[in-house]
Design a protein around this ligand. Structure first.
Ligand code: GLA
Length: 405
């Protein structure tokens, strides 16, 4: 009798917990890592490309470096059947989504898909509005592990409610799915996104240039430096909202697209410092060795994946020369020296003489403590903070140091 009561109580507690839970906890405790089709392929996707990208993720060493999600972006949809179920474009995905998911899973990877809170996606394909529970069930049945949920054609929908609805649908579908909120920061998702999702776009779309913007009629996409500056908005102070299970998303990476190697290294380093999701957006099948080495630099990745989950701040701003700092677990610190400009910059950084860091819980007192320095791109120990750090940062590049007591 006692035992039955105990089991009944457990069941009741369990169902109450799952009713109350608004998202899957325990996934995305560090920023998600993977690949997405949009930045490089746009709408020109098919199952062959997705399979080959999964193969390349393994062959390139990216899987070993921690990348796990293969994410299909917009334009995969064929339509809805007579019962309202979404199906993929039969020409581009003739084997169907379940078979594709099985293939990706067979490589030890996970698969992501894309939908939209409105009645149509940004590419004009069927959106999930009014079909949220049905679509979530369908995604779960296919074996989807990650959903990017966009914000086009949403008319007067209230963003928080729309994302909450899809979050509930994902919970009801019963498969742990990373929920990526993509409403471009329009409705301050950092204030409510952590309740329903694991990451939220803070800004509009990225484009593969260092410091340009591109107009698209009613909206603008932004190069790396512009996106970076938006993350640093002093009034918003976005970094306070990031942490294990809930991340600011400055958009998927352009590393290896139309950027130089130096620009790609700087972009990658900054996204690591920002505790941003590391979602590659290049063609993994034919990247150069330099680009591959950037994407799989484990010393840099471990700064991104640090369990503390603290986003960097801009420590010093000297115009083209900026310094970013990111507290790490175990009292360590990552410091990124950025040269935004077009000519090399010689730096001499005197730790003993510079401001100590008092970052809420995290304190770094350079006048009292000497830290060892590790250059994470040169893979070399480079002295300690007792002496000034002297170096040259190439144009549009970075030097990143890891400080250890
Ligand atoms: C929006 C998103 C992009 C991409 C496209 C697809 O612009 O912000 O990341 O998903 O839609 O149409």
């Amino acid at each position: 009798m006692l035992r039955t009561n105990f089991i009944l109580i457990l069941l009741l507690l369990g169902s109450l917990l799952s009713l109350n839970a608004q998202k899957y906890e325990g996934i995305a405790k560090t920023p998600p890592m993977g690949w997405n089709s949009w930045n490089r392929f746009g709408c020109n996707i098919n199952e062959q490309i997705i399979r080959e990208m999964a193969d390349a993720m393994v062959a390139s060493g990216m899987k070993d470096a921690g990348y796990i999600y293969i994410n299909i972006d917009d334009c995969w949809q064929g339509g809805r059947d007579s019962l309202g179920f979404l199906y993929p474009d039969p020409k581009r995905f003739p084997s169907g989504m379940k078979a594709l998911a099985d293939y990706v899973h067979s490589k030890g990877l996970k698969i992501g898909i894309y939908s939209d809170a409105g009645w149509k996606t940004c590419g004009g394909y069927p959106g999930s509005r009014g079909y949220e529970f049905q679509d979530a069930l369908q995604f779960a049945e296919w074996g989807i592990d990650y959903l990017k949920y966009d914000w086009c054609n949403t008319d007067n929908l209230v963003a928080e409610e729309a994302y909450k609805t899809m979050a509930r649908a994902l919970m009801a579908a019963g498969r742990p799915i990373v929920f990526s909120i993509c409403e471009w920061g329009n409705n301050k998702p950092w204030l409510w996104g952590a309740k329903y999702g694991h990451l939220w776009r803070t800004t509009g779309d990225i484009i593969d240039c260092w410091d340009c913007e591109k107009g698209h009629g009613s909206w603008v996409s932004n190069g790396i430096m512009r996106i970076l500056d938006m993350q640093m908005d002093k009034d918003l102070n976005l970094r306070q909202y990031a942490g294990p299970g809930h991340w600011n998303d400055p958009d998927m990476m352009e590393v290896g697209n139309r950027l130089s190697v130096n620009e790609s290294r700087a972009h990658f380093s900054l996204w690591c410092m920002l505790a941003a999701p590391l979602i590659a957006g290049n063609d993994l099948r034919n990247m150069s060795k330099e680009i591959r080495d950037i994407l799989i630099n484990k010393e840099m990745i471990s700064i991104n994946q640090d369990t503390l989950g603290v986003q960097c701040f801009r420590w010093f701003d000297y115009g083209d020369y900026e310094i970013y700092a990111k507290p790490l677990s175990g009292g360590e610190l990552a410091v990124c020296f950025l040269n935004r400009g077009n000519t090399p910059i010689n730096i001499s950084f005197d730790w003993k003489d510079s401001e100590n860091i008092y970052d809420g819980k995290y304190i770094y007192e350079f006048d009292k403590v000497t830290y060892k320095l590790r250059d994470v791109w040169a893979h070399k120990d480079v002295g300690n903070t007792a002496r000034p750090f002297i170096a040259t940062i190439p144009a549009r590049d970075v030097i990143v140091l890891r400080l250890t007591k």
